[in-house]
Design a protein around this ligand. Structure first.
Ligand SMILES: Nc1nc2c(ncn2[C@@H]2O[C@H](COP(=O)(O)OP(=O)(O)OP(=O)(O)O)[C@@H](O)[C@H]2O)c(=O)[nH]1
Length: 343
């Protein structure tokens, strides 16, 4: 197998729930991507993305949770060096790398790391920045979230997602062009060759600068039966929170609860995603919500490794996770202290 001298590294970025994993799934079916190694960095205590991605093999690596823009910077370098060493030992084979960042990541520090790291820069080269933009939610996100704007600004190519759900995107395209006039805009329903074509050849014209949102810290707060929450950024008040439930859930109750929750608090719930064990079903169901939008649930073919428990991850701002936990337990008739089925 010939090994390219410099392996291209493509950064796949985009705001929370904008469709990065969905796009990655599709791109990995393209023959050009057959030998891609994938690094996934997820924000939140429980990483779900690698479980939602069908292709689980040695070339898919989940990096520890954390904010990629600061704390994980060294981890990206370590993960890439590790992949390179494994390839040198003949343990794996790949000809390109895709890094899926968290939806809250600022891509510049990772780009800087790739350029400046003494080992990385002699083994890897930039394979471009691909930014997913959610046609339903992007306008609001661009107005309120600096990360969303930075991700768009860093793009070599912008992939508009959810155009099937959005109406006219002319205004959004104009807003994107104001932030980043050089990136080509494609839509996620296009073929992989349109989305990836020439991506390696283009380079962002925007100079990376220092991460403007440094100072993130993480303080875990474990509770019984798998509840966690921690702060992503004190000033912005973004919090992740997760729920684990050991016994199967009633699908109708769950659906009503999630719909009501997002209807009422969607502006403060950037993201909810989960893998659920449903009463009467053998296979798990993946659920996704983004702000007020609840996506169609997906029946997964297999349970990922590990216990067959329902797990839900939320990324919130300005809403107390305890409120969500209490309402979930009340609605699902679970004991609020133990999470067990109430008598
Ligand atoms: N209708 C529609 N749904 C989409 C499209 N792209 C993604 N979705 C749905 O949007 C939800 C979120 O997609 P993901 O691919 O998990 O988004 P993500 O950016 O990886 O999410 P995070 O990793 O949490 O930031 C899922 O329910 C997808 O099925 C699209 O083009 N059209």
């Amino acid at each position: 197998m010939t090994r390219p001298l410099m392996t291209p590294v493509t950064l796949l970025t985009g705001f929370l729930g904008s469709g990065k994993t969905t796009l990655l799934q599709k791109l990995l079916t393209d023959p050009d991507m057959a030998r891609a190694a994938v690094l996934i960095n997820e924000f939140g205590e429980i990483g779900l993305d690698h479980q939602l991605l069908d292709r689980i093999d040695d070339n898919v690596v989940l990096m520890k949770s954390g904010c990629i823009c600061c704390t994980v910077r060294g981890e990206v370098a370590d993960a890439l060096i590790n992949l390179d060493e494994m390839r040198a030992r003949g343990e794996i084979d790949f000809d390109r790398v895709v890094i899926e960042t968290t939806g809250l990541a600022d891509p510049y520090p990772v780009l800087q790391t790739l350029q400046a790291h003494p080992v990385l820069r002699s083994h890897f080269r930039s394979g471009g920045v691909l930014t997913t933009v959610d046609a339903v939610n992007a306008a609001a996100q661009m107005n309120h979230r600096a990360e969303a704007v930075r991700q768009i600004a860093a793009a070599d190519r912008i992939v508009l997602t959810k155009t099937d759900l959005a109406g006219d995107v002319t205004d959004l395209r104009a807003a994107l062009a104001r932030v980043n006039p050089v990136a080509r805009v494609v839509t996620s329903d296009m073929g992989a060759s349109d989305i990836l074509g020439d991506l390696d050849a283009v380079h962002s014209l925007i100079e990376p600068d220092a991460c403007g949102t440094c100072g993130h810290h993480h303080d875990g707060d474990d509770h019984d039966h798998g509840h966690h929450h921690h702060h992503h950024d004190d000033t912005l008040g973004v919090v992740t929170f997760s729920l684990t439930v050991e016994h199967p859930l009633d699908w109708t109750d769950f659906g009503i609860w999630l719909t009501l929750l997002l209807h009422r608090y969607g502006d403060r719930i950037f993201r909810v995603k989960g893998i659920l064990a449903i009463d009467g079903e053998d296979q798990p169901v993946a659920v996704h919500g983004v702000q007020h939008l609840v996506h169609a649930p997906v029946h997964m073919e297999h349970w990922p490794d590990g216990p067959r428990h329902s797990r839900l991850v939320f990324i919130l701002e300005g809403i107390d996770p305890a409120l969500i936990r209490r309402s979930f337990h009340a609605f699902m008739r679970l004991d609020d202290t133990t999470g067990a089925k109430a008598a």
